[in-house]
Design a protein. Sequence first.
Length: 210
Amino acid sequence: MVRTPKFTLNALLAVVLFFSAMIFFFTVTMVNLSDRLAVNEYIEIEGTDLAVRYSSLEPNGIYQGSKNMGTLKVEGDFGAEWGTFTAGDCLYINEYTATDLGLMLCSVVKIDLTTFDKQVILPNAILRGRCASGEPVCVTGGMLPSNFPETNSLCRLYNMTVGREDITVRYLDPGTAEVIYSVPDDTALQPDFEGRYLERTLGEVMAWNS
C-alpha cells in the first residue's frame, strides 16, 4: 500500500507564502510605525508661548501652549531657525513649500498674533535675521541650500521657468514690513552673510555699498 504524504508540494508552497506574507506585513507595519514616531519636534519661539511643530502624528504648524497641550494656530511648514522673531503683535517667519519637482521653496510671512492671520511679505525669499539696528534682513532670488542649487539642474530649470530675479539682500521696516533698502549680491547665501549684513547697522551697510 502506497502511503500518501502528509504535505503535498502545493501545501508546502501555501505554507511558505503564508509565512512570507506575515513577515512582509510585520515588516511594513514596523517600518510605518517607526516613521510615525520618528518625527515629533516642538521648537519654542523665543519670547512667546508659541512653537513650531514638525510631526508625523500631528499637523505641522505653529502651536500655542505646551508641547503636550499645544493648540494648532497656523498649519504649514515653518522654519524655527535663522531669522524668526516678533515685532509688536506680529511674528516674522519663513514658510516652506515643495514643488512638483521636489524642490523646497521659501517665503517670508508675517503672522498677526491676535488673529493668527498669515500674510506673505516676500515670496521666494529667505528671512535671515535682524541687523544690528533692528531691521529684518531677507534674501530674495536665491534657492535654499538644501536644494543644492550649485549642482542641481532642476534648480536651473525652475529658475528659467519662473524667471527668478537676481539674488538681492532686502531690509524691511519691522513695523510695516515694507522694503526700505535693497542691494544686489550674488554671494548673499555664502557663510559670511552674518558678518557682512547682520552684524552691521543698516546705515553701515548703506555706506559700505554706496
